[in-house]
Ligand binder design. Structure first.
Ligand SMILES: [Zn+2]
Length: 159
């Protein structure tokens, strides 16, 4: 089966706030069906920032933005989140999804090596490194059954 790849972007923001000594912030990768324009990406970033600043842990703590931005990462078949990867569900079966994920993992392992890293760990190489968060262990894989994934037409493999 031919692999479907989708554009992945990263959004980030860092700020200081009165009740902590270190910087607070976020860094999130998001996959889209189509490429997004800079204007669209800026709107998404602003929404993420205002959402983050509305949280109880930040609200009223005088947050001052240090830096924020977005970048195009790559077109890929799966997108990394916190101990899972997801994509738009275009598979007929879970087995098909797992075959695609397997292909993706092999590709990322060899890219890490080509970029001067270890398979599953980064070195001091400046080239891109794909973090696996446990995805290299196939026994960890579990297809998520939650309503969020279904509702958004996504399929997530937890690991
Ligand atoms: Zn889910």
């Amino acid at each position: 089966m031919e692999e479907k790849r989708f554009p992945i972007y990263r959004f980030w923001a860092n700020w200081t706030q009165d009740n902590i000594d270190y910087k607070n912030g976020f860094s999130a990768r998001v996959m889209y069906k189509e490429h997004q324009s800079d204007a669209e990406l800026r709107v998404i970033l602003e929404k993420m920032i205002s959402g983050a600043l509305e949280k109880d842990s930040v609200k009223g703590q005088n947050p001052k933005m240090v830096d924020s931005g977005f970048e195009f990462i790559e077109e890929e078949s799966w997108c990394l989140r916190w101990f899972n990867h997801y994509t738009f569900n275009h598979f007929d079966t879970d087995e098909e999804a797992e075959r695609s994920f397997n292909q993706f993992i092999y590709r990322k392992e060899s890219q890490n090596l080509e970029n001067g890293h270890y398979k599953h760990e980064s070195s001091d190489s400046k080239k891109p490194f794909h973090c696996f968060m446990g995805a290299e262990d196939r026994w960890r894989w579990e297809v998520c059954r939650c309503e969020d994934c279904k509702g958004q037409g996504k399929i997530t493999i937890d690991h």
